[in-house]
Design a protein around this ligand. Structure first.
Ligand code: PRP
Ligand code: MN
Ligand code: MG
Length: 185
């Protein structure tokens, strides 16, 4: 695949592995969410989850509601975010009362983003808030998150590609890779 900037240290998960994983996760979600009277709602977390979500949704074979303008975006107050306080830069406009919500993320790092999202969605009366994350960087976890559908365990390195950025770049790489240290040191 393309590494137009030559900043890739090594590829961690290539295109084929990612496609296989999307198929696997889509099948698991489809099996678990078949039936029930309400149609589950699939919500992605901007920006990183956009690529994964686009691929994943095509492997879900049960009725599912997706509103592409209803992605959410969560940000921390200030740099460093010592407080761990987050706010919704962009939120879903839909009522979540009595809905089963599946939140799609590219990567769980400290867990603060998903922890805040799950708390907020539950407080709005969602029946269930289930997480599907492509990558899980367990070593960095400080806030508890139950990742029901997990793609891969992620090494504790700076990863890029397949939606994941460093300084808003590299999101377009068709694989997940470790970034060269020289780029951020
Ligand atoms: C990244 C990633 C997750 C979040 C995980 O997003 O896409 O959303 O951080 O970190 P956490 O578990 O420590 O909360 P980022 O804030 O970089 O925004 P982006 O998706 O727009 O790149
Ligand atoms: Mn993100
Ligand atoms: Mg980012």
């Amino acid at each position: 695949g393309a590494d137009p900037e030559g900043d890739v240290e090594r590829v961690l998960f290539d295109k084929e592995e990612l496609a296989r994983k999307c198929a696997e996760l889509g099948a698991a979600i489809s099996a678990d969410f078949s039936g029930g009277e309400d149609v589950p709602l699939l919500v992605g977390v901007l920006n990183g989850a956009a690529v994964f979500m686009a691929d994943l949704m095509r492997y879900i074979t049960v009725p599912i509601e997706i509103r592409l303008a209803d992605f959410i975006s969560v940000s921390s107050y200030g740099k460093g975010a010592v407080s761990g306080e987050l706010y919704f830069r962009k939120d879903v406009t839909l009522e979540l009362q009595n809905r089963r919500v599946i939140v799609v993320e590219d990567i769980v790092d400290t867990g603060k983003t998903l922890n805040a999202i799950m708390e907020s969605f539950s407080a709005r009366g969602a029946t269930s808030v289930t997480v599907c994350a492509l990558l899980d960087k367990v070593a960095r976890r400080t806030a508890p998150v139950d990742v029901k559908y997990k793609g891969f365990d992620c090494p504790n390195e700076f990863v890029i590609g397949y939606g994941i950025d460093y300084a808003e770049r590299y999101r377009n790489l068709p694989y997940v890779a470790a970034l060269k240290h020289t780029v951020y040191e």
